[in-house]
Design a protein around this ligand. Sequence first.
Ligand code: SF4
Length: 384
Amino acid sequence: MSMMRLIRANTSSCFLLSTTARTFSTSSASASASAAAIEAERSIKEGGRNNWSRDEIKSVYDSPILDLLFHAAQVHRHAHNFREVQQCTLLSVKTGGCSEDCAYCPQSSRYNTGVKSQKLLSKDAVLEAALKAKEAGSTRFCMGAAWRDTVGRKTNFKQILEYVKEIRGMGMEVCCTLGMIEKQQAEELKEAGLTAYNHNLDTSREYYPNIITTRSYDERLETLKHVREAGINVCSGGIIGLGEAEDDRVGLLHTLATLPTHPESVPINALLAMKGTPLEEQKPVEVWEMIRMIASARITMPKAMVRLSAGRVKFTIPEQALCFLAGANSIFTGDKLLTTPNNDFDADQQMFKLLGLIPKAPDFSNDAKGKDFEAENCEVAVSN
Ligand code: SF4
């Protein structure tokens, strides 16, 4: 072959190669250009936003699962130290006998679940539990009371304020979940040193009446408004596995991600179907459903602490690892979550070691926030 013919032959094979390469890169680019990829890139470049349309969130949620997982992991690494996981301990300080009809809850007095109504735990019992949690590595202590609201519970509420002060004084973040609260109560909790208030939206606005009839979605948002106005961090998420459609999961994420300020914590719970409740026959949530929810929450609310909450006990360590990869960076530790079982403490410590996770230090930066924080914006949340 002459030199000229050789060059021509090589040029042509190079052309073929480069054409093949371009074809390959074009198809790989289009394969990766899912809504998850596009929105993750946008979240990384521009930060969180609260003008999401429901369709946009649906497109993220519907992205191919491995792509969703991959891009959520990118957002997670951009917005957080991916090794840090917050450890919270949740104690039921007042168990059972609740007047509400939440269909998943064994503490409702309307269902025959065997959970007995108890009085508010004493100060000694609560502080002892908080100390134990702190010694075990928890940085946030959350107190839950099975109440519809705190109106008319002046004595108990005063006691709770005292518990908050004491636990905050122990160098822990303090969270409460006491049902609906008024503006005045939120301010008193803030004054006592409360870090965060938990009040979940549970599900979408449309599906909500199938789960709770004794308080409205707007009442829930009203409580979140009071919490936000008082300058307390908002902890609000939901539960999957209630019999809702995937569109309801998208609806829940849409409500949370379009609040004027994203919740600082977003717990994602998988239903633990409890005997005696109307949802006792629900089938268990699969880990892929949790991953899809967590990853979508991570992309749409990049800065939030996304908590792998109730139901974690059903997942193996490799399954939990996928949830952490998808963007979960908070868990409940301790053997009970209110009245439902939770993971063994030692097993959690081993999991941290195995996965190279480290406990997140407490954050008190919110202490300086004033009570007028975002007050005007919160109006929008309630009227949505
Ligand atoms: S979830 Fe809370 S408000 Fe609903 S029944 Fe249970 S304790 Fe009561």
